[in-house]
Design a protein around this ligand. Structure first.
Ligand code: BG6
Length: 476
């Protein structure tokens, strides 16, 4: 049995920063302003309208837009890499910024090559495996404004051009790759997920959403095909956000609702990518809801012949499906019914370590492929003490409880091969644009308005995770 891989992750838009000095071209995330939170819901910061995008585009007050600065990763990369090495992780997940690498969608930016060369070579040189998320939410803004983002089929070719460049530069060094982050996010969060701009006072057009997702499926399959044609050894994966739904009661009708909602919200995208075809339930859903878009014979073949090697998912909370309107709470991407048996974070996300074990069992049972938990962690407003310590026992407890459930899932027979902690270095929150929703074991000294030294400090959880990984590695 190969060694279990314990890791950490960040994404380019949430971590790197560098705009406009080093990274010169805007992406979709760069247009999202920080708006102080008045409730748990993050829709106002996530679903952008055209007037907000256009005013952000021409706004030179960069500090208002947290993703332009991120955690200043480009500036602090040397220090961060040393901290990751010290932490002893076996695998690091990150994404490549499309606009950093190809500012005009064509020519390679040497500064980006220098940055990613350093990151990849340093990690590989220390025996840390590379998990590359080819695209994590951020797409070039000009492609959204000029061609409409993923709803335009031309986006597949633009994306594949970018992927080809990435593979040519670093393909040999990648251990695992996933084409699109949390692919089912497009359904819940169309601006982040598929680059769709919201029309004021109108709901998103469902055909646009599913057409965009279809283009992402084809792009994903073509990425796997390209990796095979280029002879890369990297394992290919797909990723969804998982919500571990429970029925509110044991009423049969509520359980049926759970099955149907879960298919649509969670499994649909992975069913297509892992099995290679559209499941029958979604075809029925399309028909009932007049959802229509083009699926060519070539699309069908490319999906069939290029399924993923492993399945991966993010997991932050479980949810509840109720037939009647019950009290609601927030979660990653979704609003869900409150579960009286669980406690929630300040953002309303219901903490449920057992739900992780359940999810691992369900996903493995459904796809029978190796599983990677590629995102999990606790968002919390940590406090930096005057002596530069951060006492985050709550995060240690959270991690410990989730790790216990991973072990139990392994005993259940699940082939789970890796755990990758989200936001191992504090980053800007993708949902709420807050810097103070922290996930890391490494603290970044910055606030929601971009003030601070951006210096890095080790939290108590840093030592705990480090010791944990060391002991695990010694065992095997
Ligand atoms: C996932 C995203 O949805 O959840 C990450 O892939 C994100 O980018 C993570 O950061 C946690 O969500 P948030 O809103 O707390 O940043």
């Amino acid at each position: 049995m190969s060694k279990f891989l314990w890791g950490g992750a960040v994404s380019s838009s949430q971590y790197e920063g560098g705009y406009p000095r080093i990274r010169t071209s805007l992406d979709t995330q760069d247009c999202r302003a920080y708006i102080p939170r008045t409730s748990n819901a993050t829709t106002s910061t996530r679903l952008l309208t055209i007037d907000r995008v256009l005013s952000a585009k021409d706004d030179a007050e960069h500090q208002k837009y947290p993703f332009r600065t991120g955690s200043k990763g480009i500036e602090f990369v040397k220090e961060d890499v040393e901290l990751l090495k010290e932490l002893g992780i076996n695998i690091f997940r990150f994404s490549i910024s499309w606009t950093f690498l190809l500012p005009d969608n064509k020519n390679i930016n040497p500064k980006a090559v220098e940055y990613y060369d350093y990151l990849i070579n340093e990690l590989k040189g220390s025996g840390i495996k590379i998990f590359l998320m080819l695209n994590h939410y951020a797409v070039p803004l000009d492609l959204v404004l000029n061609i409409g983002g993923w709803k335009n089929r031309k986006m597949i070719d633009h994306y594949l051009y970018f992927v080809r460049k990435v593979f040519e530069l670093w393909g040999e060094k990648i251990d695992f790759f996933v084409p699109i982050n949390e692919i089912n996010a497009g359904y819940f969060s169309p601006y982040n997920g598929v680059g769709l701009i919201k029309e004021i006072d109108k709901d998103y057009n469902q055909s646009d959403i599913f057409k965009s997702l279809h283009h992402q499926f084809v792009a994903s399959a073509k990425t796997i095909e390209l990796a095979k044609n280029m002879g890369l050894n990297a394992k290919s994966g797909s990723m969804i956000a998982c919500f571990c739904y429970y029925p509110y009661s044991c009423k049969p009708i509520e359980n049926l609702k759970l099955t149907l909602d879960e298919n649509l919200h969670q499994w649909f995208c992975m069913d297509v990518l892992s099995r290679g075809y559209y499941p029958s339930y979604i075809k029925v859903y399309f028909k009932k809801n007049n959802i229509d878009f083009e699926i060519t014979d070539e699309d069908i073949n490319v999906l069939k012949n290029n399924t993923c090697d492993f399945v991966s998912f993010s997991y932050y909370q479980s949810g509840v499906i109720s037939e009647q309107e019950e009290e609601k709470t927030a979660g990653n991407l979704v609003i869900t019914t409150k579960n009286p048996y669980l406690v929630a974070t300040e953002w309303g996300w219901q903490i449920d370590p057992i739900g992780l074990r359940t999810t691992l069992n369900r996903i493995y049972d459904r796809y029978q492929k190796p599983v990677i938990i590629c995102e999990n962690g606790l968002g919390y407003q940590d406090k930096l003490n005057s002596d530069n310590t951060i006492n985050d026992q709550y995060r240690i407890d959270y991690l410990n409880q989730h790790f216990e459930q991973i072990k139990l899932a392994q005993e259940d027979g699940v082939d789970v091969i890796s755990y990758i902690m989200w936001g191992v270095i504090d980053i800007v929150s993708a949902g709420s644009c807050e810097m103070t929703k922290r996930y890391g074991v490494i603290y970044v000294d910055a606030d929601n308005n971009g003030n601070g030294s951006y210096k890095r400090y080790k939290k108590d959880s840093f030592k705990w995770y480090k010791d944990f990984i060391k002991k695990e590695n010694e065992k095997e």
